[in-house]
Design a protein around this ligand. Structure first.
Ligand SMILES: [Zn+2]
Length: 232
């Protein structure tokens, strides 16, 4: 960011040709791409996300409490009377939500109904940190469960009620969908995954535990929208 800005300033004042600093800058990003600072907090500032540090919670590396709405998108615990005023998560998860906002806006989503972020627990059975199937990303505040989406015309798409589970022979993002909200939910979560917003996305196709929400998280090194627990 600083280097690119310097290039603009130098080119503008006529003291140096722009080429003198261009090689360090690398190829230009695609049009419409924000150039984010490398640090999470600096990137949040770019998106206009207000936050406070902490509180300290077991398992959470970089916990912050962000002011909601996040980059213009409201969040509400499913069924709650009022939207969230704040949301506690690892800075990196909050940043992923700030990035997700452009996809939400493209789809006309104004508010997300969620089932929560932080929960110090294992995947499946066990007691942290002794987890036979690994620690849940919720234990690190690096995952969130998305239960539904409110659109600008007031429509609410419920993962539990409107997502039709796809046949086992079809991939989630290539499946035949029912017209209406099932199609929209598929399009939305597949656009979010394609945009690289989260590393792992689990839908109701995955297993019965996920019938009523999309689980999305930032598991390091992972990159999939998984269809079934035992699928390759
Ligand atoms: Zn989850």
């Amino acid at each position: 960011m600083t280097k690119l800005w310097a290039a603009v300033v130098l080119a503008g004042c006529g003291g140096e040709p722009a080429d003198a600093v261009a090689p360090d800058a690398g190829p230009p990003p695609p049009l419409g791409t924000l150039i984010e600072p490398a640090d999470c907090r600096g990137a949040l500032a770019l998106y206009g996300v207000a936050f406070q540090d902490g509180p300290v919670r077991q398992g959470v590396e970089d916990g912050i409490t962000a002011t909601v709405p996040i980059n213009g998108i409201s969040y509400r615990v499913l069924g709650a009377a009022a939207p969230r005023g704040t949301l506690f998560a690892d800075c990196r998860l909050i940043l992923s939500l700030a990035r997700a906002a452009s996809t939400f806006r493209y789809h006309g989503v104004v508010e997300v109904a969620d089932l929560g972020v932080y929960n110090y627990r294992c995947i499946g059975s066990g007691t942290p940190p002794n987890c036979p199937n690994g620690m849940s990303q919720h234990a690190y505040a690096m995952g969130i469960d998305l239960a539904g989406f409110k659109y600008e015309d007031g429509t609410f798409a419920s993962v539990n009620d409107d997502w039709v589970i796809d046949p086992g022979t079809q991939k989630t993002c290539e499946a035949d969908v029912e017209p209406g909200l099932d199609a929209e939910l598929h399009s939305l979560i597949c656009d979010l995954k394609a945009a690289g917003t989260w590393n792992i996305v689990l839908t109701p196709n995955y297993n019965a535990d996920h019938r009523n929400h999309f689980h999305v998280d930032l598991t390091p090194g992972a990159d999939f929208i998984r269809k079934r627990r035992h699928d390759p």
